[in-house]
Ligand binder design. Structure first.
Ligand SMILES: [Cu+2]
Length: 67
């Protein structure tokens, strides 16, 4: 499954690392690509991983999930 989540508040490489790390800790997440300019986070994951679970992992790092 491929999904894209729009995130607000990521400004630098540290933010990118924090979001990537949090998502990759979820069992079933394979690939995470962060675009700092657009705030888009593209994720490849197993079907069992819910969008909600991924959004929560991002929010726990202190960033806002827009969609
Ligand atoms: Cu940062």
């Amino acid at each position: 499954m491929q999904t894209s989540i729009k995130v607000e508040g990521m400004t630098c490489g540290h933010c990118e690392k924090a979001v990537k790390g949090a998502l990759k800790e979820i069992d079933g997440v394979q690939e995470v690509h962060v675009n700092l300019e657009t705030g888009n986070v593209d994720i490849s994951a197993d079907e069992k991983v819910s969008e909600q679970e991924m959004a929560e992992a991002i929010e726990e790092q202190g960033y806002d999930v827009v969609s």
